[in-house]
Ligand binder design. Structure first.
Ligand code: GLN
Length: 187
């Protein structure tokens, strides 16, 4: 059984646990540095607020270990704020884990009208529903970054080896496609 450590310091982690559990994965919550030492098969960095999450990850002494695990190849799914956490550069602000060569713009769709739904193809697996909440946009992709989904010409899901990032929230719909794709990538 795949054991997924879900970063649970802030944001929408419970919904990821529910989505992954429905697919037969075992989830546990990463709340403190020692939890990273439990050798998860994969990691999830949820949506939330990247500035707060980035601060907590540093304050809780998780930053270097978490970053090292990702760079060493532990599969990771980052959604929304999680995508920002992974991004190598964040427009107008500090980057966080910076393990993926993409540049993102936070709150790219405006602060007030920032939540919307869309449908788009994902990784050749058909159309899926996409929920965006004050989502980032990937404004540039570095070498080796594969686009998994596009809305209005903007990449909204990308993969860089062991790292998968979505600007939307797959954990907020019943559609299992993204989590299934992630678990398949882990195996
Ligand atoms: N706007 C948030 C940020 O900048 C991300 C929003 C989300 O995760 N739903 O971190």
């Amino acid at each position: 059984m795949t054991r997924v450590g879900v970063l649970a310091v802030q944001g929408a982690f419970v919904e990821h646990e529910a989505s992954l559990s429905r697919l037969g994965a075992e989830c546990y919550e990463i709340r403190k540095a020692a939890d990273l030492g439990r050798s998860p098969d994969a990691l999830v960095i949820p949506g939330g607020e990247s500035t707060v999450m980035g601060k907590l990850v540093r304050d809780l002494g998780m930053f270097d270990t978490l970053r090292g695990m990702i760079l060493d190849g532990t599969p990771v799914l980052g959604t929304c704020a999680g995508m920002i956490m992974l991004a190598g550069s964040v427009e107008g602000g500090p980057s966080h884990l910076a393990t993926m060569p993409i540049a993102v713009r936070r709150n790219a769709y405006g602060r007030q009208l920032g939540s919307f739904s869309a449908r788009a193809g994902f990784a050749g697996l058909g159309e899926i529903p996409l929920e965006f909440i004050r989502a980032p946009a990937a404004v540039s992709l570095g070498e080796g970054v594969e686009t998994l989904s596009v809305v209005d010409g903007v990449p909204v899901a990308v993969r860089y080896g062991n790292q998968i990032a979505t600007a939307f929230h797959p954990e907020l719909t019943d559609d299992p496609t993204v989590h299934t794709y992630f678990l398949d990538a882990v195996r």
